[in-house]
Ligand binder design. Sequence first.
Ligand code: HEC
Length: 141
Amino acid sequence: MSASFTKSTARNIFYGGSVFFFLIFLGLTVDTTLAVPSHNAKAQLTDAAVRGKKIWETRNCAGCHTLLGEGAFFAPELGNVYVRRGPEFIKGWMKAMPTNVPGRRQMPQFNLNDAQLDDLVAFLKYSSQINTNNWPPNIEG
Ligand code: HEC
């Protein structure tokens, strides 16, 4: 090692490097915080959607379904089900379960009332509007 690389040079590199990367870290954090709201500007988390999310969680829909890829793979992905099926189909579907069609996978009856079904639909509408960079690539995804 050359004699010009002294202890204080090493210290300066250490402190200089730490400050430099801490500033980059701060800058990226601010950038993310500013970018996230505009990224999801279309998706409005209304009170109804929040209540619907609670239904989604307490009834463990993700125990069978995925939502934007998160969850289990027993039943269809529901991130875009609002676009694919629309609100009336979803409500009718929830009321019609189980189908009892032999050989078809079954979904339980959750006995949700009309207000709860509206909240659930509001949550699925919210989910369908989250910016996913156009994932899934096709409507049945
Ligand atoms: C025990 C597993 C199970 C649970 C829990 C479950 N589902 Fe399902 N769900 C299914 C299955 C299986 C299907 C597909 C049935 C078929 O195609 O006949 C389905 C289909 C659906 C569909 C229609 C999807 C489409 O593409 O047409 C909707 C909407 C739905 N579920 C919503 C929900 C919601 C909301 C919850 C929670 C309240 C929930 N599911 C909980 C098993 C489940």
